[in-house]
Design a protein around this ligand. Structure first.
Ligand SMILES: *[C@@H]1O[C@H](CO)[C@@H](O)[C@H](O)[C@H]1NC(C)=O
Ligand SMILES: *[C@@H]1O[C@H](CO)[C@@H](O)[C@H](O)[C@H]1NC(C)=O
Ligand SMILES: *[C@@H]1O[C@H](CO)[C@@H](O)[C@H](O)[C@H]1NC(C)=O
Ligand SMILES: *[C@@H]1O[C@H](CO)[C@@H](O)[C@H](O)[C@H]1NC(C)=O
Ligand SMILES: CC(=O)N[C@H]1CO[C@H](CO)[C@@H](O)[C@@H]1O
Length: 402
């Protein structure tokens, strides 16, 4: 017990120092069902820096890059190491299910993950001519689950995104005010209107690729004329804007809830089904920063950002009791991937068993179900939220009269 405790605290301090553990947590010997969710792998920016002659980006804007494919494959390799023979290498539709957002980058990420998870063998190894041992693996596309922001019927999505898209949340306003000089410098050199922080995020995405592809930085970044900056500090400043709006959504409760409450409900439903004997052994999801980070927060994970191809893993076991363990997974940084215990909120830490790091399923469901919804159409519709507001008023009046 004492030794276990020491390891536990050691691993937490490792994660706190933002260093990843070098080896993955092993699956619990009693685990019978595994869920994992991931952000897509590395992708191209939404807007390319035109002045920088490009040796990269041929896939097109926002498409998955070769680094993103390698990250997805690395995740699949690590997931297979983790699950062992929980399900066969050959895809078994009774035991495995995969779901993606409709975005190309998510579908392609999931395809590389499952290519590594399901390297066929024996009767499943079909490509004997080229000796390429891979197999197509089916998946479904579900946007209400994994990309609510692009579901047309979800009229509330635009509402919860408006204060983020328009940089009206306090910390976004503050970010603009505190970086006025820097944003002006970016605008002068890119020609992009930096009155929206999304453009600074696009610039950050360009830097990530320039760095990965060892391409040449624009001169205004390599030799900044902005007072107080070296090239290293300017690069760091630009990178600090990466995914600024997506992270703001995961932080802002109306956006977090609408983007991920339905996914959370799906996770809970599948865990309860596994407890009732459903034969599924593994379910994997591919989504976006704002949705994946949001669901991780709803699950009770302390996390402030999410790199490409990172996400969560949940194990379920019935022995000694129906219980779950929540883990993170991260690329390190491209081909290697690592699975390790999540840092949980205090509420969840209180109900986590010290002996094995698992949380009783009933207590977890009680904690999480308040944040989940099954009727996404009503969450998305204006009318319903008005009705709900009216209901809340009625409730208040009733309790007053009582
Ligand atoms: C799966 O692996 C475990 C541990 O290596 C082993 O005990 C078990 O027999 C294996 N099951 C199958 C069906 O191969
Ligand atoms: C697929 O999974 C089901 C349920 O676990 C099992 O009964 C079946 O034998 C598996 N099929 C193959 C070909 O292994
Ligand atoms: C940038 O966009 C803002 C808001 O849309 C607009 O008010 C401003 O005039 C634009 N600036 C330039 C230089 O185009
Ligand atoms: C970039 O440089 C690093 C370190 O020298 C090297 O490992 C990597 O393969 C290079 N990447 C590309 C795309 O050339
Ligand atoms: C909450 C609960 O059911 N706890 C049980 C879990 O399993 C152990 C060992 O079988 C029991 O002692 C607990 O009562």
């Amino acid at each position: 017990m004492l030794i276990l405790g020491t390891i536990f605290f050691f691993s937490i301090s490792l994660i706190n120092s933002s260093e990843l553990p070098s080896t993955s947590t092993q699956i619990d010997p009693n685990t019978i069902f595994v869920l994992f969710g991931t952000r897509h792998g590395n992708r191209n920016p939404e807007k390319f820096l035109q002045e920088n002659p490009r040796s990269w980006g041929y896939e097109g804007t926002t498409e998955l890059t070769s680094f993103g494919k390698r990250q997805g494959y690395g995740l699949g390799v690590e997931m297979r190491k983790f699950i062992g023979n929980l399900t066969s290498r050959n895809f078994n539709s009774t035991e495995a299910k995969y779901i993606s957002s409709s975005a190309n980058r998510c579908q392609m990420t999931l395809q590389t993950v499952t290519a590594a998870l399901h390297i066929p063998e024996k009767w499943g190894d079909w490509d004997t001519k080229t000796n390429d041992h891979w197999s197509p693996v089916p998946y479904t596309i579900d946007d209400p689950l994994l990309r609510m922001y692009s579901v047309k019927e979800c009229t509330n999505s635009d509402k919860v995104w408006a204060p983020i898209d328009n940089d009206e949340l306090d910390h976004l306003k503050e970010l603009k005010r505190d970086n006025a000089k820097e944003l002006e410098y970016f605008q002068a050199n890119t020609g992009w209107n930096m009155s929206n922080l999304g453009k600074a995020a696009d610039l950050a995405d360009n830097l990530i690729e320039i760095d990965l592809y060892n391409a040449t930085y624009p001169d205004w970044i390599e030799h900044p004329s902005l007072s107080g900056y070296t090239s290293a500090t300017l690069k760091a400043k630009i990178l600090s804007f990466a995914e600024v709006h997506q992270i703001a959504c995961a932080d802002y409760s109306p956006c977090r809830s609408l983007m991920a409450g339905f996914w959370l409900n799906d996770l809970i439903t599948r865990l309860e089904a596994a407890n009732s004997g459903n034969p599924l052994k593994i379910v994997g999801y591919a989504s976006h920063t704002e949705v994946t980070l949001a669901v991780m927060k709803l699950l009770g994970i302390e996390k402030e950002e999410l790199t490409t191809s990172a996400g969560f893993v949940i194990e379920f076991k019935k022995v000694p009791n129906a219980s779950i363990r929540i883990l993170n997974h991260d690329p390190n940084p491209i081909d290697q991937h690592v699975i390790y215990p999540s840092i949980l909120t205090e509420d969840l830490q209180k109900i986590t068993r010290k002996s094995d790091g698992f949380i009783p399923l009933t207590e977890f469901v009680e904690f999480a179900k308040k944040r989940a919804f099954s009727d996404w159409r009503s969450e998305c519709s204006v009318v319903t939220s008005e009705i709900r507001a009216r209901k809340a008023v009625c409730l208040f009046q009733t309790s007053q009269t009582v």
